[in-house]
Design a protein around this ligand. Structure first.
Ligand SMILES: [Zn+2]
Ligand SMILES: [Zn+2]
Length: 316
């Protein structure tokens, strides 16, 4: 039987979908704040999620204050070549701090001060009393993923400023130059092609050429990059993966847990919940992390707003 393609049925193959999706610079943190407020309602972590919402609003305001001149792109940059070599464009691990990030931090601290709980107000004071070199040392800890000894009240504020700074860098890039999804394996599929950081979670998209495709969401610069489904983002195993969820939810959140390396990454399905936000929904589903920690699994990447303290399972 021959099939006649009707107008409107023509769909580009998945290979035409972009390898990297840039953050929506004008709205990324504002949408996160809205999502956090929505998730906070009747949630056991309501005060925490409400406070992170106020941080996200402050992040958007800080990003809005930056302009194109705040960052400069390396001369002779070829994103296609960086992708071929598997090297991040702006490697977080070799970053030399620029003073603009201190200004971003100061703006965020001023904006969240009134909404902050007591331990966070003390952390704000402590950060204000640090000189630039001390602040850069805390930033280095965050960027290196050295969070085990990090201060749980101070670190998220520093991370919030770094996210804004790195989002400014990432959104200054012509990410379409990374090209489209290809069948060849990527050199380092579990790390952000823009900044080299680990993903906070992954999202299965809906609509257009990206329908059903899974993108990992960077924990630092808000970029997203493609990784095929049913593949461990840590060890690249394609077998022995389990999809675990919490009872009674809508099925929009699963943990892709790998038996090979005992790690996991959450996967959110836009088809089940259109408004998912990788960072916000990850925080609102910490119960799933506790379940995975009990089973001995480690997270594949951090959520910089949740630094496990002594009384909480260390999921890193
Ligand atoms: Zn990144
Ligand atoms: Zn694995």
């Amino acid at each position: 039987m021959s099939a006649v393609i009707q107008p409107g049925e023509i769909r580009l193959p998945a290979q035409e979908a972009p390898f990297v999706r840039a953050a929506d610079r004008k709205h990324v943190f504002r949408r996160r704040a809205d999502r956090l407020l929505q998730l906070a309602s009747d949630h056991p972590l309501e005060p925490f999620l409400m406070f992170v919402a106020s941080v996200a609003r402050a992040q958007q305001a800080a990003l809005d204050r930056l302009d194109a001149g705040s960052v400069s792109l390396p001369p002779g940059l070829s994103l296609a070549e960086q992708r071929r070599r598997g090297e991040p464009v702006f490697s977080a691990s070799s970053w030399r701090p620029e003073p603009v990030w201190h200004e971003v931090l100061a703006g965020i601290l001023a904006d969240v001060e009134t909404a902050a709980p007591a331990p966070t107000r003390a952390a704000i004071d402590a950060l204000r009393n640090m000189d630039r070199a001390e602040l850069d040392t805390v930033a280095r800890q965050v960027l290196d993923g050295d969070l085990a000894m990090a201060d749980p009240a101070r670190t998220p504020l520093v991370a919030a400023a770094l996210q804004v700074y790195w989002t400014q860098l990432a959104t200054a890039l012509p990410v379409e130059d990374f090209g489209v999804i290809r069948s060849d394996p990527e050199p380092h599929p579990g790390h952000c092609p823009v900044c080299g950081s680990a993903p906070v979670a992954s999202v299965v998209q809906i609509g257009g050429v990206q329908q059903g495709l899974r993108y990992l969401h960077c924990s630092l610069c808000e970029s997203e990059w493609h990784l095929v489904r049913v593949k461990c983002s840590n060890c690249e195993a394609t077998t022995g993966l389990e999809y675990l969820g919490l009872e009674g939810d809508q099925g929009a959140i699963k943990a892709e847990a790998c038996r090979e390396c005992q790690s996991y990454l959450k996967i959110f399905y836009m088809e089940k919940d259109f408004d998912v936000d990788a960072v916000a929904d990850d925080l609102a589903s910490l119960g799933l992390d506790l379940l995975l920690a009990e089973e001995g699994h480690l997270r594949n990447g951090p959520n910089l707003f949740f630094i496990p303290g002594e009384e909480t399972a260390d999921t890193r």
